[in-house]
Design a protein around this ligand. Structure first.
Ligand SMILES: C[S@@+](CC[C@H](N)C(=O)[O-])C[C@H]1O[C@@H](n2cnc3c(N)ncnc32)[C@H](O)[C@@H]1O
Length: 274
């Protein structure tokens, strides 16, 4: 279905301005598929009416619903696997360099429904039990969308979501069956703090981070937005910290302020000394 041009252009502009997410002029099918459920739920006559209502600005919750619906929340446990093996090596190094402070901050910066931060928590529990017991460890998990954050906080996953990445020995240890679904155990859940945060707006005061996962979100942004975002990430990442991107993402052409570290089947980035 084709969305009328003025409303389509309004949506593209709003999405880009508020969130950084870009959609091109060919994505009418995407807009239709994502917005029709809201149109039906609110009993509106058309997508154009929905977007006119958003433009009128008298229902801010409608704007949020539309922006969240336009985002792609695809994720899985231990996505791409290799970065989580590299994460283990990076934490092992930090376990030595942070012995005086005995604290670690890891940020999952576009956490979607929570599989990424819970995977990080499982890596910590499996391989760094002493640190978990004795250090102050925080996994901050943020996303633009309140809808995915509510699901993430709940920490309950379908069999299909579990099958996408959770190995049987971790399923047995860190999940409990709950009416045909799987709930993460308290020890994993308590390590993760979920918060709403728009990467494309001013951030609240943010703690210095040792590791940042900024995976599979920059690919939706244009080059200028990517450059501005990694500059902000650099300000919160400690000088010896590590930045992980998605498998299809790179800092080539985005920023020269980072060194690429190849590690097994994956890579991460370190801030280049100034
Ligand atoms: C494809 S998911 C990636 C999830 C996870 N990082 C992974 O790699 O599996 C992208 C997430 O980025 C979030 N997102 C998009 N734009 C954002 C923004 N401006 N601020 C914060 N989160 C955003 C979306 O809501 C979505 O949940």
């Amino acid at each position: 279905m084709h969305v009328a041009e003025p409303q389509f252009a309004f949506l593209c502009g709003l999405l880009k301005r508020r969130t950084g997410v870009c959609i091109d002029g060919t994505k009418h099918y995407l807009v239709t598929a994502r917005l029709l459920p809201i149109v039906r739920q609110r009993r509106l006559p058309s997508i154009e009416t929905l977007l006119d209502r958003v433009r009128s600005g008298d229902d801010p919750s409608l704007e949020r619903d539309v922006l969240c619906a336009m985002m792609t929340h695809e994720t899985s446990f231990f996505r791409d696997q290799a970065p989580f093996e590299a994460l283990r090596r990076v934490i092992a190094e930090l376990a030595v360099s942070r012995t005086r402070e005995r604290s670690l901050v890891i940020w999952s910066a576009a956490c979607s429904t929570g599989q990424e931060p819970y995977s990080i928590a499982m890596v910590l529990h499996e391989h760094f039990r002493d640190l978990v017991a004795a250090w102050k460890i925080r996994i901050l998990a943020t996303d633009f969308s309140d809808v995915v954050l509510a699901r993430a906080r709940e920490g309950v996953f379908s069999g299909l979501e579990i099958a996408r990445g959770v190995p049987p020995h971790l399923l047995q240890k860190y999940f409990r069956q709950l009416q045909g679904r799987w709930s993460v155990t308290h020890e994993i859940r308590q390590l993760v703090e979920f918060r709403q945060l728009n990467l494309n707006a001013d951030w609240p005061a943010w703690p210095p981070c040792d590791i940042v996962f900024l995976r599979n979100v920059m690919l939706y942004f244009d080059p200028l937005t990517r450059t501005a975002l990694v500059a902000k990430v650099r300000r919160v990442l400690r000088p010896d910290g590590a930045l992980f991107l998605g498998g299809a993402e790179t800092l080539i052409g985005v920023s020269d302020d980072w060194e690429r570290v190849a590690d097994g089947g994956s890579c991460h980035y370190r801030p280049r000394p100034r």
